[in-house]
Design a protein around this ligand. Structure first.
Ligand code: BES
Ligand code: MN
Ligand code: ZN
Length: 505
């Protein structure tokens, strides 16, 4: 989809669909502003139509009206933006997401769209950025495996050209906002594609190959460490997890260095670490059929790191960022690790394997130590780490753990701006004894009580004294049904929280 900006009047555009926002007042939609102008052109019938169709103007509600030649556009799509005082970036994203889905559903190939009225902190460029993000994120689809049997069940064709039309934004500022939205959405789409691909396609080695391509396109440095290099580092925890697979584990290390306008603003060095278990059978502590079914999603943390790394330049990130993807496949074979094995991680900490299914914390252990040794001043990991996080917070909210209150607050702010619901959980000190080892330092499981917390407490032993945050995305990495700009399947969660946290503004 080609998304552009034009100064001027939306109502004059001869397109398949014209998108106009409608605000809500105490008792329902308020047909003012552009919607009122459109209503006048339609012979004043719009108010009746709105009442008849029970259009609420709530965020996410839309109403499509044929213009029957009374406007240059063939259809008018009203999109609800709720109460003006509550309008923020995420509400704009959701409102334009709904409009884009309605436009696609109607078969529109060309769309012209107004922007929301300026409200509070949300100026013209900010709402343009949010609206463009909303339409791009919402219209994402993963259709590459649709075959002949889909012929009777065609998916609606994509919109070709989407033009935002407004007098409230300067053309060059608008173009920059649209470029940024495209880069952010591309990062999210990359993460979604990687997660939606089956594990027969995405394995540690193919993931490294894809990372090399991304690095080339995005101007990132890349180093990939295979079993031999990992052995030299003493990364015994990550190596153990990958041992049972025909595809060897890969530690994929990308580096972003700010250049041009982004340089020299800060000496912080950020380390991002992603769990990328390309398939999690559970190993010899094997999962049930139901538990294993979705386990291609277990590389979502790594996918989010790659997606964010690809867009750092576009959001003006002023920091050096190391993106480390811990890729391994947790399989069963005569080479696989076993319950009862003792592993030594690269910082010398020894680990008793109580469950081969608690493998994420093992690859992250070595990933955290590795990243700390690259000179990072703070560490943020993302991982589909525990079923317990899903039990605690459900499928709509990511669990955040952090060693440092400032880091936690900044990440919660970024998550809220990105519209990625996130809730801070405690690192309860007294629960350390649940992961204390018997013949080694640590056990890799802490029992059922507080399973997300004991997993985070385990990771703390590998942060090498650095401020650290951990996002457990087990519940949010994939969605069982579409909601707003989140499609069914892979969500790409984490990418936009990271990009918001790391952006220059
Ligand atoms: N990959 C799973 C966690 C998971 C569960 C991700 C559901 C996405 C959806 C992880 O490796 C795992 O198996 N965790 C175990 C840990 C336990 C053995 C301590 C769990 O949560 O049951
Ligand atoms: Mn597991
Ligand atoms: Zn796992």
């Amino acid at each position: 989809m080609d998304v552009t900006f034009q100064s001027g009047e939306p109502l004059t555009h001869a397109v398949d669909a014209l998108v106009v926002p409608v605000t809500r007042t105490g008792d329902g939609p308020e047909v003012g502003g552009l919607a009122a102008e459109a209503a006048a052109k339609l012979g004043g019938e719009l108010k009746t139509l709105i009442a008849d169709a029970r259009f609420t103007a709530k965020i996410g509600s839309t109403l499509r009206v044929p213009t029957l030649g009374n406007l240059p556009a063939r259809h008018l799509i009203l999109t609800g933006i709720g109460y003006p005082a509550r309008l923020d970036a995420d509400r704009v994203r959701r409102a334009w997401a709904a409009a884009a889905l309605a436009a696609r559903q109607s078969g529109a190939k060309t769309v012209a769209s107004a922007l929301p009225p300026a409200a509070g902190a949300l100026d013209g460029p900010a709402s343009l950025l949010a609206a463009a993000e909303g339409i791009r994120l919402a219209t994402y689809r993963f259709t590459k495996y649709y075959g002949a049997a889909r012929k009777d069940d065609p998916v609606p064709a994509a919109v070709d050209r989407w033009t935002f039309v407004s007098d409230g934004v300067e053309a060059n500022v608008a173009a920059a906002a649209l470029d940024q939205a495209a880069a952010i959405a591309a990062g999210v789409s990359l993460a979604r594609d990687l997660v939606n691909e089956p594990a027969s396609v995405i394995n540690p080695v193919s993931m490294a190959d894809i990372a090399r391509e991304v690095a080339k396109d995005a101007g990132l440095e890349i180093t990939v460490l295979g079993p031999e290099e990992l052995g030299k580092l003493g990364a015994g925890a990550m190596l153990a997890v990958g041992k049972g697979s025909a595809t060897p584990p890969q530690l994929i290390h990308l580096t972003y260095r700010p250049s041009g306008a982004n340089t020299g603003k800060d000496d912080r060095v950020i380390g991002l670490i992603g769990k990328a278990i390309t398939f999690d059978t559970g190993g010899y502590s094997i999962k049930t059929h139901e538990g294993m079914l979705e386990m291609k999603v277990d590389m979502s943390g790594g996918a989010a790191v790659l997606g964010a790394m690809a867009a750092l330049a576009a959001v003006g990130c002023p920091y050096v960022v190391h993106g480390v993807i811990c890729a391994a496949e947790n399989m069963i074979s005569d080479k696989a690790f076993r319950p009862g094995d003792i592993l030594t991680a690269s910082n010398g900490v020894t680990i008793e394997v109580h469950s081969t299914d608690a493998e994420g914390r093992l690859v992250l252990a070595d990933g955290l130590v590795y990243t700390a040794r690259q000179g990072a001043t703070e560490l943020i990991d993302l991982a589909t780490l525990t079923g317990a996080a899903v039990v605690a917070l459900g499928n709509g909210t990511t669990a955040l753990f952090a060693s440092d209150d400032d880091l936690a607050a900044a990440l919660l702010d970024a998550a809220s701006e990105a519209g990625e619901s996130t809730w801070r959980m405690p690192l309860t000190k007294g629960m350390e004894e649940q992961i204390r080892g018997h013949i080694g330092d640590l056990k890799n499981t802490g029992g059922r009580p507080g399973g997300a917390i004991t997993a985070a407490l385990f990771l703390q032993h590998f942060r090498e004294g650095l401020p650290w945050a951990h996002l457990d995305i087990a519940g949010t990495a994939s969605a069982s049904k579409a909601r707003g700009y989140i499609p069914k399947g892979a969500t790409g969660t984490g990418v936009r929280t990271l990009l918001t946290y790391l952006s220059g503004s």
